[in-house]
Design a protein around this ligand. Sequence first.
Ligand code: CU
Length: 221
Amino acid sequence: MKIFPENASSYGAEIDFIFWLITAVVAVGSVVVIFLILYPLLTRSKYRTSEQRYLKGNNFKQMKLIYLGIAILAIADFSFLFKEGSTWKKIEETLPQEDLHVAVVGRQWMWEFVYPGPDGKLYTVDDVKSVNQLYVPVNVVVHMDIQSYDVIHSVFIPNARFKQDALPGRSIKRWIKLIKTGSFPLTCAEICGIGHANMKATITVQTPEEFQKTLAKLYKK
Ligand SMILES: [Cu+2]
């Protein structure tokens, strides 16, 4: 069953795994709970025909099912936390050595992408710019400074399993590493005004040689 767009990111599989882990555990839990509710209702069980009783729950015998439920929930939650924690640490808290540094700037209503020029440094006079089209080389760690000129936008690259808000007045550093060449959508995921729906761009993942050619072409413009 294909629910997600094709994963093109070095860390996408881990994010997908967490999604399926939570979905599977919650699905099993839901089936068990629904069964426990419906079974006495739909069958002639002794719980249905007996008179109601008020259980104070002040001894272990009466409380044991509740303790079991709490224990199962706690184990499930901590297993999610454990798995999420290591993924979060890898993606959000560690910044691998950069191979390419770009700025991604949202504005009403377009995306601007800024690359280092021939001096190899970003934020200098020879910087190169493209609009609504981001180019990155494949298998390379790209640091992105995510910024906004005006209101809150959000960079969303589904195939990279990447989403980050762009906040005015702040530059947020995140990283991606794409492992497949091709073109993928990059859209705004934060309602940012009347033109929000048109704030669509493309991320094109190229071989390093193609990427150098693209940069040279952009520089000449
Ligand atoms: Cu926007």
